[in-house]
Design a protein around this ligand. Structure first.
Ligand code: NAP
Length: 307
């Protein structure tokens, strides 16, 4: 259940950092060095093309977390002018490397590269980002595959707030990206929720959202979801991460906000994720969990389940 009420009248705050720490502790407990004798050494390779600052920060954080958990962790940094064929060669090499169970190509790629053939070149069983069309299809069919990290993490947060049984709940997912919105909707359908997927062409979004007991916002528009859109007691998961200028904090400073107008919505919702400290920490934790699952499956061992 969600923890730490922010005040008596407000929603319970779902502490993504604490839930993510629980997931990574479970992953660490399964890895060699932490589980003497029977442990497994999951191998994660992160491929970065170019030096975009945001991507470097994300890749660094993933590599550090993997190393901290006792994984075999490698980073392949390729120059910004790397060609499509060279990138595909790198992926092919990692596909063949038995010490690597998870391959992640950091997106976005430089503009001259086409991400689709690169994603399709990753072996589905090593596709720890869950973006390969085979994994997208398995998820839609309700079969085991690799689930994209952010929606997988959102499901754990929703169950943390509402308990394991979500059957019959009315859910609205705002956003229909391949990375977040669509897999999120599939996960909720697979959990027997009644799901509406809203997007930029949805008419009367506020009324659509107001009908939901679970709201997942994955849009990328700062504080778009207002307090009067939310049904009293709803569970609100804010995936959005938008950096806004914050001159009040000093010259050139920024602050991170979500898709949800937090202060307003927290007064109405039953439970809510903050930004930062909500969905973000879950994404990296689920990448580690997916890599462990891939490693277990590669040797025919039962994979642990999370959440
Ligand atoms: P995306 O590919 O840009 O998709 C955004 C979706 O929002 C689209 O489906 C779009 O509709 C919809 N949308 C745009 N304007 C809308 C409006 N006015 N009303 C309703 N729907 C609208 O973005 P994404 O990759 O899914 O990411 C969404 C947000 O989540 C971003 O802020 C991103 O930074 C964040 N994110 C966070 C994490 C994390 O770990 N916390 C991970 C991934 C993403 P159309 O399809 O009609 O264009």
């Amino acid at each position: 259940m969600a923890t730490a009420p922010s005040s008596s009248a407000d929603a319970r705050v779902i502490d993504g950092r604490a839930v993510a720490a629980g997931v990574t502790a479970q992953v660490a407990a399964e890895t060699v060095g932490r589980k003497p004798g029977a442990g497994i050494a999951p191998g994660l390779a992160v491929v970065l093309v170019g030096e975009a600052r945001g991507s470097q920060v994300y890749v660094g954080a993933k590599g550090r977390k993997a190393a901290e958990l006792g994984f075999h962790s490698i980073q392949k940094t390729l120059p910004a002018d790397t060609g499509q064929a060279r990138l595909l060669d790198v992926v092919a090499g990692l596909n063949e490397d038995p010490s690597i169970h998870g391959i992640l190509v950091q997106l976005p790629l430089p503009r001259h590269l086409d991400k689709t053939p690169v994603i399709e070149a990753i072996r589905p069983e090593k596709d720890v980002d869950g973006l390969h069309p085979v994994n997208a299809g398995l998820l839609l069919a309700g079969l085991p595959g690799m689930v994209p990290c952010t929606p997988a993490g959102c499901m754990i947060l929703i169950r943390h707030a509402l308990g394991p049984d979500l059957a019959g709940k009315r859910a609205v997912v705002i956003g229909r990206s391949v990375l977040v919105g669509k897999p999120m909707a599939s996960l909720l359908v697979n959990a027997d929720c009644t799901v509406t997927v809203a997007h930029s062409r949805t008419r009367d979004l506020a009324a659509t959202v107001r009908a939901a007991e679970i709201v997942v916002a994955a849009v990328g528009r700062a504080e778009m979801v207002r307090g009067d859109w939310i049904a009293p007691g709803a569970t609100v998961i804010d995936v959005g991460m938008i950096r806004l200028p914050a001159p009040e904090r000093g010259e050139g400073k920024t602050r991170l906000v979500g898709d949800v107008a937090y202060d307003e919505v927290a007064k109405v919702a039953g439970a809510i994720t903050p930004v930062p400290g909500g969905v973000g920490p879950m994404t990296i934790a689920m990448l580690m969990a997916n890599t462990l699952v891939a490693a277990c499956r590669s040797i025919g061992r039962d994979a642990p389940s999370f959440g």
